[in-house]
Design a binder for this molecule. Structure first.
Ligand code: ADP
Ligand code: ZN
Ligand code: ZN
Length: 741
């Protein structure tokens, strides 16, 4: 047995590993993540490193591989835990160990002008002499310690570089001195705090009964050492964030640290301020606009214990707290928690894995839980805690559905229904604000009938077919194809075709209908700049516009007290993406959009325009009835074997040569059918975007109830690709329980 050992994980190159033999007597002890003592260089030096991978094959002449000398007995470093987590990610999502390591361990990029540290001696001469004689009194005292102590007695400050360089004293000795309080280490470049401030304390709050139940249930479990995963289910404004803060306070009081994951888009100034108000400088944040250097600083501060709470999107999950007590995932249903690059890990599952390794609890919060999490809460795998009411007691807005098919029949061909126009005119006259929402997430050219609402779907997969060149309609799960019909197969109308309308088109219509209104538009085109996003929202909040039109960007986590009307322009747009999550996404988006109306003192109205007024996602969103939605949705998932009823593995095959991709995809599908007939295998077929930058993409979907069986398929496929020279020009990728087609 051999282990790949990495010497210093803060080096830029994680790929730089050295292979060592794992001797017989250490086989049981050494695992991925173990900190081991190894001979280095010409064999005289002994250093420590981390085992990042294990194999049975020597990479060089076996006779030249040196053995691992022992396992370091120091308390388990957080690095060991993160390396073990990387191994878990590799196994569960499919990638190389290196890709997994780069995901969990921040890489320090070489920065121009190396950081300089100085070591300052803090002891008086007298104290120093005492310590020196204690040291010398030991039978086998450390030469390095003696040397450093003597030098410091002569010169009270020393550059760090001189100690570790010229004097050849290991950094751990300096760190030990620091721990003893003998020296202070000053970095010339202070660690950057992204939000340096001190704020007045938040006023004390008395928890509502439902909040108290949730908090005490979780804290009692923590005290009893029962670690669990909790689903905190409560509408927006029901006090979830307050519960998180109570749990964090408890965690800090226990001497542990906390990670709070928030989707990047909801990481607003208002949310952050609440955490800063309560916890001050113990809080730090991470976001995608930070440079690698800034991120690294945050990680360092966490490792040193300078901060105790990390707030950020997905990647903040890997904050190196060695004393992690709780991981909170707000808006746990958000698809952005699934990584879109290899390894395609889900932050929720990965958080649960990390929490198990480190003895922490996990709290998932949402107003519209993912179907996966709610199913687990129902089965008892997670503990369900509910916050049924809004704190303010404010009633939910009045919601109505407008049937766009009827508008068409009655001669209104505008995308603004008569009812919506009427309410808009009323609000403009009252000087209240309006939000118009276009939910075009995952809008892949589906084909529908504007007279009856019928959507062309795959007969096997029950998802929308998407329109391709030559009027071909195709299913992206199974590859089924058919021609685009000329008239509606349901009602015979000729109003059938692709739906093409973006936010820009809607803006034109709104400006034509209400020429006096001040209109702002927010979509990817208008938010290109670094702060474009925030600027538009701020302008709207300040009342510089009457109407804000936008995509899902406008409905997340923003509070606009003067908005009393929300219009959803075509509620079914998101319903027709060719993805089995479309019903869930639609319900979530509509619920969020509705939540934007009437957050101030004035109750609001919500108008949902749709071609499918009887679809359960839309009906349930109108009534704000999550459980009604869930019952319908889970029945559909069970019927079609979609997650969580079964697990799904997407195998993506890419090549510059289409024949090679096809041949490989076919061979893999045959292999699965042959070796694992119990797996339901769909495809091969073309990927949604079948060709990107001259790379052809083919997909195979596998379904099975047991995740482990899919892991086996993944490993078998990976082995086959590696072993067969005929597939050298083909790349294969894996995606477990894929989120977007
Ligand atoms: P959520 O995270 O579910 O949207 P919040 O925790 O943000 O809910 O609570 C909504 C509002 O109610 C916030 O302004 C918050 O300060 C306030 N709030 C929460 N809990 C209480 C409480 N127990 N007493 C008074 N106000 C509260
Ligand atoms: Zn029709
Ligand atoms: Zn299909």
């Amino acid at each position: 047995m051999y282990g790949d050992v990495i010497i210093d994980i803060s080096l830029e190159k994680l790929d730089k590993t050295f292979q060592y033999e794992i001797p017989e007597h250490l086989r049981e002890t050494v695992q991925i993540g173990s900190r081991v003592v190894i001979p280095f260089g010409n064999g005289k030096r002994r250093i420590t490193g981390y085992v990042v991978d294990m194999s049975t094959e020597p990479k060089i002449d076996a006779g030249r591989i040196k053995p691992i000398l022992g396992v370091s007995k120091d308390s388990i470093a957080v690095e060991s835990q993160l390396i073990a987590l990387a191994a878990w990610i590799r196994r569960n999502y499919g990638c190389t160990m290196n890709q997994a390591l780069k995901t969990v361990i921040p890489i320090k990029k070489k920065e121009a002008g190396k950081e300089k540290k100085t070591v300052t001696f803090l002891l008086t001469q007298e104290q120093a002499r005492d310590e020196l004689s204690t040291l010398l009194a030991r039978k086998r005292h450390s030469q390095a310690k003696e040397k450093l102590l003597r030098t410091l007695m002569e010169r009270s400050t020393l550059p760090w570089e001189d100690i570790t360089g010229k004097m050849q004293i290991p950094a751990t000795v300096i760190r030990d001195f620091e721990k003893n309080g003998w020296v202070r280490i000053d970095a010339e470049r202070a660690y950057r705090n992204p939000v340096p401030m001190t704020l007045e304390k938040e006023r004390p709050i008395v928890l509502s009964p439902a909040q108290s139940v949730a908090v005490s249930r979780i804290t009692q479990d923590m005290e009893a050492g029962r670690l669990g995963t909790y689903l905190l289910y409560g509408v927006t404004g029901s006090g979830k964030t307050q519960v998180y803060m109570e749990l964090i306070a408890k965690t800090l009081a226990d001497g542990k640290s906390a990670i709070v994951l928030i989707p990047e888009i909801a990481l607003t100034y208002q949310t952050l301020m609440r955490f800063y108000q309560r916890f001050g400088n113990q809080v730090s944040i991470m976001n995608s606009r930070m440079s690698p250097g800034e991120r690294f600083d945050q990680y360092e501060r966490a490792k040193k214990g300078d901060i105790r709470i990390m707030i950020g999107p997905r990647s903040a999950l890997f904050t190196p707290f060695s004393d992690l007590g709780i991981i909170i995932i707000d808006e746990e249903h958000e698809p952005s928690y699934k990584s879109e690059t290899v390894p395609r890990y889900h932050a929720r599952e990965t958080a649960i894995a990390r929490a198990k390794m480190q003895g922490a609890s996990v709290v998932l919060g949402s107003a519209t839980p993912s179907v996966e999490s709610f199913a687990k809460a129902k089965s008892g795998e997670y503990t369900l805690l509910t916050l049924p009411d809004r704190i303010s007691g404010r009633t939910l807005p009045t919601c109505e559905i407008v049937d766009l098919r009827a508008e068409l029949r009655q001669g209104n061909r505008s995308i603004l229904s008569r009812r919506l126009q009427e309410l808009m005119a009323d609000r403009l006259q009252k000087k209240e604000q309006i939000m118009l929402f276009v939910n075009r997430r995952g809008l892949a050219g589906f084909v529908s009938c504007r007279a009856c609402g019928h959507v062309i779907k795959c007969p096997h997969c029950d998802v929308s077919l998407s329109l391709h060149r030559g009027d071909v309609l195709r299913c992206h799960y199974c590859g089924y194809e058919t021609r685009k019909p000329v008239v509606c197969p349901s009602c015979g109308s000729k109003y059938i075709g692709g739906f093409k309308a973006g936010t820009q088109k809607f803006e034109e219509v709104v400006r034509q209908t209400f020429p006096m209104a001040r209109v702002l538009r927010m979509d990817t085109d208008t938010t290109r700049g670094k702060n474009g996003h925030q600027e538009i929202l701020d302008a709207f909040r300040r009342g510089q516009a009457d109407i804000l039109i936008g995509t899902q960007m406008i409905v997340k986590g923003h509070d606009f007290p003067n908005v009393t009307l929300v219009g959803v322009l075509a509620a079914d747009l998101s319903l027709n993406s060719s993805d089995f999550h479309s019903g869930e996404r639609t319900f979530q988006l509509l619920t969020q959009a509705a939540g934007r109306a009437g957050r101030g003192d004035i109750p609001g109205n919500v108008v949902m325009q749709t071609y499918q007024p009887t679809h359960y996602s839309i009906l349930a969103a109108k009534d704000q009835d999550y459980e009604a939605f869930y019952e319908e949705e889970i029945a559909y998932r069970e019927l079609m074997d979609y997650p969580p009823a079964a697990h799904m593995l997407l195998i993506l095959i890419t090549s510059e040569k289409e024949e090679e991709a096809d041949r490989c995809a076919k061979a893999l599908a045959d292999l699965i059918e042959d070796k694992a007939p119990q797996i339901r295998c769909l495809g091969p077929s073309d990927a949604v975007v079948a060709k990107v930058r001259d790379i052809y993409k083919k997909v195979i979907y596998c379904k099975h109830k047991d995740y482990e069986q899919l892991i086996e398929i993944k490993d078998r496929v990976a082995q086959t690709i590696q072993a067969d020279a005929g597939f050298a020009k083909v790349m294969v990728w894996f995606d477990f329980d894929p989120m977007n087609q």
